[in-house]
Ligand binder design. Structure first.
Ligand code: 1HN
Length: 358
């Protein structure tokens, strides 16, 4: 059912006093930095369904772009370090640094000749290129060209910077697992490094050889958990079309994975490429993951619980945990979306579920 509303547990969030207790007792607890669980248990563990505050939202690129270009005039990149406008969950109030409970998303701008300086941080990031040619990201010394729809990973702890050799603005969607690191009080960055890593050339060579079916001597093999940093859109798009043709379906979905082991390509963030055939309806299986969808090509409409979002290329929208999500592409042309979720994290927590909650 698409028309399902999110039961609001917000009334549970602010706990009521479940037992009448002498005020002196409550005051004594507070004085010793103690709290009575029974007042808060339902808010901490609501029955039946998680009590999220995330409000699904659609951010139109046509709304963000002029503001981003204005930021380009107002804010020098050297001063900003990263010139980004954050897609800020309306359910969390102004200036929320996240789109869902676990996913940060923002749109970044580089103008011709600009560079965003080298730094590294504990959260992992992925860039999904929206507009422009000539942009690139250097990750641990490896240069990744940025073309529309490409996904470029900057795994946690890896030095990275961005540059722009072309003309006109280059923009991309950044997605990070920053909220997870914030919750763990482990979000931090380091700057001012030359971007080199002594192990990097060997790790890259190892990965290249393994992809060719050649295993280098164990003595100098360096484990590289991230053998692929750039996932070109043209490869994913062609694969979706081939998959649809091979299965006789109008819709197709492919996960982006580590090519050496077929596992998720980052620890927290998961990615898929989706093709929705012209005028096709796609009813998604509800999952416990929260999601950000980005439109790479085409136009259409999605329902996220009782929200209806029409969209076209460059737009981004969010969905909460266990949301009922469906999509429809406009007649006449297929639509292509990239879905980013936190399923890899939830699988590591032993929690990931695919089901409709009652
Ligand atoms: C960051 O380092 C980048 O490297 C982009 O381009 C967005 C948002 C929050 C924290 C760090 C980047 C970011 C970020």
């Amino acid at each position: 059912m698409i028309n399902q509303t999110i039961p609001s547990n917000t009334e549970d969030r602010h706990a009521g006093e479940t037992a009448s207790l002498p005020e002196e007792f409550r005051a004594a607890l507070r004085d010793h930095a103690l709290a009575p669980l029974w007042d808060f248990l339902k808010a901490a563990l609501p029955h039946g369904r998680p009590a999220g505050v995330t409000r699904p939202h659609r951010w139109r690129y046509a709304d963000v772009r002029p503001l981003l270009l204005e930021a380009g005039r107002l804010v020098p990149v050297a001063q900003a370090e990263r010139r980004v406008i954050v897609l800020s969950d309306p359910g969390r109030g102004p200036n929320a640094m996240s789109a869902t409970g676990t996913l940060y998303a923002g749109i970044q701008l580089l103008l011709p000749g600009e560079t965003a300086p080298t730094h590294r941080h504990s959260p992992s990031a992925a860039r999904i290129v929206i507009e422009g040619r000539g942009g690139f990201t250097v990750v641990n010394g490896q240069r990744c060209e940025m073309e529309r729809g490409d996904i470029i990973l900057t795994p946690g702890g890896q030095w990275h910077d961005h540059g722009h050799d072309g003309e006109g603005p280059v923009t991309w969607l950044d997605v990070l697992d920053l909220p997870v690191f914030t919750a763990a009080e482990s979000a931090y960055a380091e700057g001012g490094h030359d971007g080199c890593n002594a192990e990097e050339p060997l790790m890259t060579l190892t990965s290249e050889l393994l992809r060719q079916g050649l295993r280098p001597p164990r003595a100098w093999r360096c484990e590289n958990p991230y053998p692929m940093l750039r996932y070109p859109w043209q490869t994913a798009r062609a694969a979706l079309e081939r998959l649809a043709a091979a299965t006789g379906q109008a819709c197709a979905e492919l996960a982006y994975v580590n090519p050496e082991n077929g596992q998720d390509c980052l620890p927290v963030l998961g990615f898929t490429a989706m093709m929705i055939g012209p005028d096709q309806h796609w009813q998604a299986v509800p999952t416990s993951a929260s999601t950000v969808f980005h439109v790479v090509e085409g136009s259409g409409e999605s329902r996220v619980d009782d929200h209806v979002f029409d969209w076209s290329a460059g737009d981004t929208f969010s969905a909460t945990t266990f949301a009922s999500v469906s999509h429809r592409a406009t007649p006449g042309q297929p639509a292509f979306l990239i879905r980013v979720d936190d399923a890899p994290l939830q699988k590591k927590l032993g929690f990931f579920q695919e089901r409709q909650l009652a």
